[in-house]
Design a protein around this ligand. Sequence first.
Ligand SMILES: C[S@@+](CC[C@H](N)C(=O)[O-])C[C@H]1O[C@@H](n2cnc3c(N)ncnc32)[C@H](O)[C@@H]1O
Length: 162
Amino acid sequence: MKHVNIKIIGVGKLKEKYFKAGIAEYKKRLGAFAKVEIVEVADEKAPESLSESEMAEVKAKEGERILGKIKDKEHVIALAIEGKQRASEVFAKEIADLGTYGHPDITFVIGGSLGLSPEVMHRANDTLSFGKLTLPHQLMRLVLIEQIYRAFMINAGRPYHK
Ligand SMILES: C[S@@+](CC[C@H](N)C(=O)[O-])C[C@H]1O[C@@H](n2cnc3c(N)ncnc32)[C@H](O)[C@@H]1O
């Protein structure tokens, strides 16, 4: 498989030590296969009392920050509950194919507590859903990086994936 560059863009600073430790571990493991960058953009305050238009505003502001971190050449995969689900083996092959067929810069985007803006969804080349369950965006980073690591292990034919 050709070399690929993985970028994960998330909203807000990761606070919990246990998420940080898990992500650091998979980032280290993934480093054997790919360049990995984790980018955090600032979140907007989103109290319970926001109106529809205020919520759209929060997503739009966070979305602008996300888009500011994405270059034209990047293949963007937006994480969304209503996005496309696939088996880990299929996901692994997609990553390998992107590397092989000229899209080595793969960027995953995880929304904030209210989700991703329409502008970010529009920029995305693809979507990825982990099912109908809503995962907290911080935990999503950990689950995602494990699945990316799993994909590389599958592609390398290594005994990790069962
Ligand atoms: C707390 S969720 C946002 C929930 C928001 N109501 C929505 O529908 O997007 C924060 C982010 O985590 C990611 N996320 C959470 N659960 C997911 C799932 N099951 N599949 C894919 N992405 C998910 C998405 O990127 C989402 O924008």
